[in-house]
Design a binder for this molecule. Sequence first.
Ligand code: SAH
Ligand code: SF4
Length: 356
Amino acid sequence: MSSELSNARVNLLGKSVEELREFLAELGEPEYRGAQIYHAIYAERKFDFAEMTNLPAALRERLAQEASIALPRIARRYLSADGTVRYVLALTEGKPANVEAVFMPEENRQTICISTQAGCAVDCRFCLTATLGLQRNLTAGEIVGEVLVALEDNREALKPQTNIVLMGQGEPLLNYDAVMAALRILLDQKGVAIAPRHAALSTSGIVPGIERLAKENIRPNLAISLNASSNEQRDQIMPINRKYPLEKLLEACRNYPLKPREWLLFEYVLLGGFNDSPEDARRVVKMLSGIRAKVNLIPWNPGDLPLKRPERERVDEFQRILIEKGVPCFVRDSRGQDVMAACGQLALAETAAAAT
Ligand code: SAH
Ligand code: SF4
């Protein structure tokens, strides 16, 4: 076979069951073979056509010539003392880029944090990913691939439940179509089979994206990075607030059609001396009135930026005020800090690695 032909192999990773059916029909094969391949890739994590023994041998050989299942490659793997694994994944299809995914084992489940873009254009002042700028959007196949690689690399140690959080690099709602195509596969019970209630998408507050997500049949839980108690404050740390100010953002949240037992999650990165006072806490309570909300407080994870981690007493006081006023509130200390796997640190980790 000539090398031109092998270069033209079609990557099947990220294709929906309909797309796989069409691809098989184009090859002159029965369409149901598409569903079998869908199941083999996403549910069984078979990435070599030779292993798909329910397909006729001739078809397996033909697929090996005409198609590929191109997963992101693990470029580096860092193991934290708390069991967290941080992956640097090299994307080899299209413009080369590195992204990160984090695997966090717990007693009865694992949580996988994935990236949706290489870098990010939103430019939040407290986040090191912002210093990369936007390198490129990930494709649906690359996003699904992050989860499959992390699951496969921990195959022997997997617990029955998998949670995914779209909280790595990038702003998921600025790569909407690829993110939704990936989620349809990840949350499909015939696909990767993650329960929609075990998935969460975090956004800096892209209002049109929130409005679009509201109309999806199958969707993950929505998390909003609030991070401030007034427009003036939010403008300073999240430039996106000038485009979608708090009134617009909160209006979209109020209109978001929550199912029974569903909540909106508000993340609030606490920056010492900036947004962590009792007055801030009381303003947050007011802002969220009328919204079925939970709040996650995230003490800022330091990087090479002129900001401070909050004092523990301030964090506790902030939490106490919210709970007293009836807003469920949790403090999230990021995991994997010793391997730079914590929120907002992924970019720093890579820059540091590149310098060594
Ligand atoms: N772009 C999306 C998702 C990725 S960021 C978003 O902004 O929501 C995931 C979370 O990490 C966000 O809530 C963000 O506010 C938080 N974060 C970013 N940098 C951080 C840091 N240095 N310390 C703690 N949390 C941080
Ligand atoms: Fe982008 Fe989220 Fe970081 Fe803001 S916090 S720069 S939106 S990744």
